[in-house]
Design a protein around this ligand. Structure first.
Ligand code: ADP
Ligand code: MG
Length: 722
């Protein structure tokens, strides 16, 4: 192969192995880097601890007077862990994590220094956040952004090359309280959902009802590529995906990677990641190979949504940082390699509380069933009414390569219930629930509603939104995304539906209807109006795409340009305003930020396509052509004739590529758009296809040009050499 490429491969195969870590006892590692409740209890005065614990566990208001004492204890603990700095960590609208670092140092009037951390510094910060996108909010309101301590997510110390930092999870808001981040709406959506759920539970006859919380367990897929390869691919470095690259002869067609043996080097990496996550109190649980070569998955055990969301951000950070240490680059992009499975993040979601448990667990007594069916019915109604919102919250330029691109899962949002549950809801809809039921479903109880066993074995991998035994699994979320947006959407549509169910129940009960009859009527209504969203078949099939749209009236929004504008629709604005999760200006600002990101990503990629085609691929083709032509000429001189077929093919492909490059360059010169929607459509319908055209010529060239002249690491090298 090419000199540089073979050198790279030698460097990789000759690399010094990282020794595997001696496994430590989990109990010794667990949460050592977290300022846990237990640690707080040990070092805080009793009343301070009680007040704090009340806020954390029941959502009571934070008593600001305790902040000073907590701050001092937190600082002492952090310093004992080697921290010199503290940071308010926040989650801007970019899917990334942001931190503002400050020293504990405080200079005294006599010039001496002490370490200091006051309650005020703990509770509120003012990062110079002007470089974070705000979608116009801060120009209309006020220029400054503030961070405020989120007591419900624990503080921790994070070790990096730059030392140890005390990290304090915070919300990021404008002076007037508008959310500028991903955490604020999540906290609000959870509070709204809790209010609606507890109201319904009381109507259902529970006297003791604790606040309801949403839970999240997110399965994170990622690729590992050796850093030597990544560093010789500008596209991987700048965009996280390969903009060029001919599929390798060996792809994933043999499915031999899935659950295969994890390569030793990757295993050492994973151990290192897990140790760090355990120290950070993140319950990493499963690890295995994914479908594509070079692809892996990590899934922590589920936790309260707010904490899980912070932990998810930390997992992405830890994966990236530890990968570096091991000579890998961790690719979290949804589609790093064309023609090979992309990466998603399955968000498992449920709601529950300490008094009634998991409200999406079918349980086994009729009374619980009734309750479960109402909660499940509420989800079905919500997904049907707001399916396009669920599509919008997973819409990014990179996720477009999965959704709507004939890959898992489809861009049409439907609900999979599993055959037993689907049957139960179908019976409810028909209004003829029978006392004897088909195999697998148990007899009816007194509540005139069927009992059934939970059925986690029954899986449909093609559904974007699937019931999986005691939770829903939202599979359309992108691997690179914050889970917060999807959780906000799910909590909010559930809030809306639970409120509707509670209103309907109250109205029915007021007429003297029994609770079970009333519930039955309401569920029947849900299925009649919203049953169209329930689908148990193959979500990838063309047939479903036709039926979904033509017969069931579901929306197919294949690109971000189609999906994001949903955020500007009136019924969505009303939903968020009514539930108090996002005001109209907040939602508008989100639309604007996400739309700008979409346009920014595509234009950046397009520019890189142009420059790589011109400065990397064209020269390689040119060199090969000059070799071929001089050989042909030389041979002619000694009377031998060599077919010029290959040379002319390479020449015409090269010309084709360069023609397409100039078409793309021209297209990028268009700047006058009336609306941002129009600009997004232009990116989706004009720029993206032109980029694909350039790639097509280049990838064909890759199959023609001499291997030793090809400058970019090839797919089979990046995917299979570790
Ligand atoms: P899969 O079969 O989808 O690959 P995994 O076992 O890899 O399943 O991941 C399932 C995820 O769902 C885990 O993070 C798990 O903790 C989470 N989970 C389990 N029960 C619940 C629940 N009630 N609510 C939310 N998440 C849950
Ligand atoms: Mg899953």
């Amino acid at each position: 192969g090419n000199e540089l490429r073979s050198q790279t491969i030698r460097q990789i195969t000759d690399r010094k192995k990282m020794p595997p870590k001696l496994p430590s006892r989990l109990e010794e590692l667990w949460a050592t880097d977290v300022f846990t409740l237990t640690k707080m209890q040990a070092c805080l005065p009793k009343d301070v601890f009680k007040s704090l614990k009340n806020t954390i566990q029941t959502g009571g208001k934070l008593d600001v007077s305790v902040a000073g004492v907590v701050a001092a204890a937190m600082k002492d603990w952090a310093i004992s862990k080697g921290a010199l700095y503290y940071a308010h960590v926040f989650y801007p609208m970019t899917n990334s994590t942001a931190e503002k670092h400050d020293g504990f140092i405080s200079v005294q009037s006599d010039g001496s220094v002490i370490s200091e951390f006051s309650g005020k510094l703990l509770v509120q910060g003012e990062p110079d956040g002007s470089s974070f996108p705000n979608g116009g909010i801060r120009s209309t309101f006020e220029a400054r952004g503030y961070t405020a301590w989120d007591v419900t997510s624990p503080a921790y110390v994070m070790e990096t090359d730059n030392g140890v930092t005390l990290c304090i999870p915070t919300v990021f808001i404008s002076w007037t309280g508008e959310a500028l981040d991903k955490k604020t709406p999540l906290l609000r959506s959870n509070a709204a959902m809790s209010k609606a759920a507890t109201r319904l539970l009381k109507i259902l006859g529970h006297s003791e009802v604790a606040p309801v919380n949403s839970s999240c367990g997110a399965e994170q897929e990622y690729f590992l590529v050796d850093a030597h390869f990544a560093h010789s691919r500008p596209d991987l470095l700048l965009t996280g995906r390969t903009l060029f690259g001919r599929p390798s002869a060996k792809g994933q067609q043999f499915d031999d990677h899935y659950f295969g043996v994890i390569p030793e080097r990757v295993q050492v990496f994973m151990q290192d990641v897990e140790e760090r996550l355990y120290r950070l109190g993140i319950p990493a649980k499963t690890r295995h190979n994914e479908v594509a070569p070079g692809q892996f998955e990590i899934a922590p055990y589920f936790e309260a949504a707010n904490v899980a969301s912070d932990h998810q951000q930390m997992i992405m950070t830890v994966l990236r940082n530890i990968a570096k240490k091991h000579g890998f680059v961790c690719l979290l992009h949804e589609k790093p390699f064309a023609g090979i499975n992309g990466s998603g993040k399955h968000v498992n979601w449920s709601v529950g509380n300490p008094t009634q448990g998991n409200l999406l667990d079918p349980g086994d007594s009729p009374h619980d069933n009734l309750q479960f069916l109402l909660f499940c019915g509420a989800v079905i109604r919500g997904v049907h009414k707001y399916g396009s919102l669920l599509r919008a919250v997973v819409a990014t330029a990179s996720n477009d390569h999965r959704l709507g691109a004939n890959e898992a899962p489809p861009a049409i949002i439907s609900v999979y219930l599993g055959s037993q549950l689907e049957d139960v809801f179908e019976q409810i809809k028909q209004g003829n629930v029978q006392s004897s039921t088909p195999a697998g479903i148990m007899n009816l109880g007194v509540a005139t509603l069927p009992e059934f066993t939970k059925d986690p074995g029954d899986r449909n991998r093609t559904s974007p939104f699937a019931f999986t035994g005691n939770r829903f699994e939202f599979r359309a979320v992108g691997s690179n995304q914050s889970v917060s947006g999807p959780l906000v959407a799910m909590n909010t549509i559930l809030t809306d539906s639970l409120t509707w169910v509670a209103d309907r129940l109250e109205a029915e009960l007021a007429k003297g209807t029994s609770l079970s009859a009333a519930s039955y009527t309401i569920l029947k209504e849900v299925m009649e109006k919203h049953g169209a969203v329930v689908f148990g078949g193959n979500g990838y099939s063309e047939e479903w795409h036709r039926i979904a749209v033509e017969e069931r009236g579901l929306l197919n929004l294949p690109t971000t340009a189609d999906a994001l504008p949903v955020l500007t629709e009136e019924y969505v604005e009303e939903l968020f305003a009514r539930t108090g999760v996002l005001s109209k200006p907040e939602l508008e600002s989100r639309f604007e930020v996400y739309a700008e990101q979409y346009i920014g990503v595509i234009e950046m990629e397009a520019k890189l396509v142009i420059s790589m085609a011109k400065t990397v691929i064209y020269p390689a083709a040119f060199r090969y052509l000059s070799e071929l032509s001089s050989t042909i000429t030389n041979l002619k001189q000694i009377g031998l004739e060599l077919e010029a077929e290959i040379a002319s093919k390479v020449a015409s492909l090269t010309k084709q590529m360069m023609d397409r490059v100039s078409k793309l360059s021209h297209a990028l010169e268009t700047h006058d758009f009336d609306t941002i929607q129009e600009h997004m459509q232009y990116c989706a319908k004009t720029i993206r296809p032109l980029m694909d055209e350039v790639r097509e010529s280049a990838d064909t060239l890759e199959g023609e040009v001499a291997d030793d002249l090809w400058p970019l690491p090839k797919y089979q090298e990046m995917l299979f050499i570790k």
